[in-house]
Design a protein around this ligand. Structure first.
Ligand code: NA7
Length: 546
């Protein structure tokens, strides 16, 4: 953070201070929410654990961190001047550019004066007598608010496996989701990366270029397609900006996964020949990125159709990776897209380097960290640095790591013991006036996050405005609506191939976490449903004067 930023940001709150709303988190969600509620004339305090804005893009500074949604789509639309003036240098933005953008947004709208950095929220407790939330921080402050809005992110509670001997390792340890602010120099070092998810797949090619030797510890291979990143096409940028509003509107209407500019090929992949299929897959492979999943409309519905795409990618891996045994180990046997598809820049090629070795830790799991490195079975790997690219306790982790208590002292941990339960992914019974941005039960991580965040922010903003106009101070979903919504979210997921593998969408990456498909697969109908609920006077909610 620059000196000027520090000067103009909020430091601490006088204990006991009351706000109309407290927003937890200053990433995309928190910044948009602050902007919206301030425009409604409300007093808002944003509490942020980091020393700066950015959320996911503040914490995930690992080498190669890059968004897998295209830059022209992965940005705010709430201000026309903002979207006109900002220039995106690449098709897919690297983390430093997105962080710079969010800092620009914070400065441009003078947001820092309402954001308190270095402030991790410890608890949020609803008081039924006052109808207020009391929020306490790890710094020992206590604030209150009428509304408590959780903008805590879907991928912000890092998962570090509890390996035996974790403290014994004498070298450097990193987690991709908590990367240091200073540059990490791997030059001449023996590095081990644990994990082969998106964070690993993005960082491995870069770490391999610098390290003396890199060992990749893989438990489950992942599907990855080339990102196809390149400098931004100035003509495309100009063309979109000429009518950004229409571009956004199309995206908002469709609420498609990963952006709006590409449509599914609409080809029934099983009704054409293998050569025709491969030509289509090749076309999408060349386009690059997650759009590969648009190659056919039924890839995530029909296992046989999916297998044709899976085999196409496996064939690519076998062609790229020269050592047949390594190539075989890198070939997944699961459903493509069931875990989030990865987009890489030279990942598989990296395994042709003489200084890179792939180790299968499914057949011989990591037993412990040792002073010199780590041990799997009878083999000890000597390392100078270990990088945990082991992911996140996704979607619920950041919420459940706080002590959130609603009516009658009910904790969110108790309420969600069998898995998250929400109405619309925005609210949960027993926790009045608490809203979750991109909560479980909303499309969130299956869509382009930024427009989905803004849709939530606008719905929450409109709802609070409506309540105030009607002189109501309390909103809470009713059990019947919540139960029906949870059933619906599960039912829709059940029609797809998503529940067939151990993904973080299902919480299956965290030992002991209930296996529930958390994001909602019902878009674009979701936005219409939220609008309809509002139009019907908040159907499924109880509203009261307190
Ligand atoms: P992911 O996708 O959850 O990947 C985590 C990786 O770490 C994955 O390969 C895991 O293997 C591996 N892992 C986790 N625990 C262990 C242990 N104990 N031993 C060995 N390997 C382990 O997280 P990312 O940060 O890469 O990406 C998260 C999202 O961020 C991504 O989907 C994008 O949306 C952006 P597993 O597959 O569980 O066998």
């Amino acid at each position: 953070m620059s000196a000027s930023q520090q000067k103009s940001s909020a430091s601490t709150s006088p204990s006991g201070e009351h706000y109309d709303a407290i927003v937890v988190g200053a990433g995309f969600g928190g910044l948009a929410m602050l902007n919206r509620l301030r425009k409604q004339g409300m007093s808002v305090r944003v509490l942020e654990a980091g020393t700066g804005v950015g959320g996911t893009w503040y914490w995930n500074r690992y080498p190669g961190a890059r968004c897998d949604v295209e830059s022209m789509e992965y940005s705010f639309q709430f201000d026309e001047a903002l979207q006109q003036e900002w220039e995106w240098p690449e098709r897919y933005s690297p983390q430093p550019v997105i962080l710079k953008y969010l800092n620009h947004v914070a400065d441009r709208f003078d947001m820092r004066k309402d954001i308190q950095f270095n402030t991790r929220v410890k608890s949020a407790v609803f008081n039924e007598n006052t109808n207020r939330w009391t929020v306490t921080t790890e710094n020992g402050e206590s604030l209150s608010a009428t509304f408590c809005i959780m903008a805590t992110g879907c991928l912000s509670a890092p998962n570090t496996p509890d390996f035996k001997g974790a403290d014994s390792f004498k070298g450097e340890i990193y987690h991709t989701g908590k990367w240091p602010h200073e540059e990490v120099d791997f030059t001449g070092k023996r590095v081990g990366v644990i994990g082969t998810g998106s964070s690993a797949i993005q960082s491995i090619p870069i770490i391999a270029e610098r390290a003396k030797h890199l060992t990749v510890f893989q438990r489950t291979p992942n599907y990855s397609v080339p990102a196809g990143n390149r400098p931004m096409d100035p003509e495309l940028q100009k063309q979109i900006k000429a009518d950004y509003a229409a571009f956004r509107e199309r995206e908002n209407q469709q609420q498609t996964a990963f952006g709006s500019r590409f449509e599914s090929s609409n080809v029934e992949i099983l009704k054409i020949t293998k050569a025709e299929r491969d030509a289509i897959f090749e076309k999408y492979w060349q386009i690059g990125g997650l759009l590969f999943l648009y190659a056919s409309s039924d890839l995530l519905l029909n296992r046989e159709a999916n297998e044709t795409a899976a085999e196409f990618i496996r064939e690519k891996i076998r062609t790229i990776v020269k050592d047949p045994a390594t190539a075989q180990l890198l070939c997944p046997d699961t459903v493509v897209g069931c875990k989030r598809l990865c987009a890489d820049s030279g990942y598989f090629e990296t395994f042709n380097r003489p200084n890179v070795k792939l180790v299968d830790v499914k057949s011989a799991p990591i037993e412990e960290l040792t002073p010199k490195g780590l041990r799997t079975g009878n083999t000890e790997y000597e390392l100078d640095c270990i990088v945990f690219a082991t992911g996140f306790d996704a979607m619920t982790g950041s919420l459940l790591r706080m002590d959130i208590r609603g009516r009658k002292g009910l904790t969110l941990q108790q309420k969600w013991a069998e898995g998250p339960r929400t109405y619309l992914g925005l609210t949960t019974v027993g926790f009045p006036n608490m809203f979750i941005i991109s909560g479980p039960g909303s499309p969130s991580v299956l869509t382009n996050m930024v427009p989905s965040i803004e849709q939530h922010v606008n719905w929450i903003g409109d709802t609070i405005k409506d309540l105030r106009e009607r002189q109501l101070i309390c909103i809470e979903p009713v059990a019947e609506a919540e139960n029906a919504w949870v059933d619906h979210v599960n039912e829709v997921a059940g029609y797809t191939l998503f529940p067939t593998c151990n993904s973080w969408y299902l919480g299956a990456n965290i030992p002991g976490k209930p296996r529930v498909f958390m994001p909602y697969l019902g878009f674009p109908a979701y936005t219409a449903k939220c609008n309809e609920v509002r139009a019907k006077g908040y159907e499924g909610f109880a509203l009261s004067k307190g």
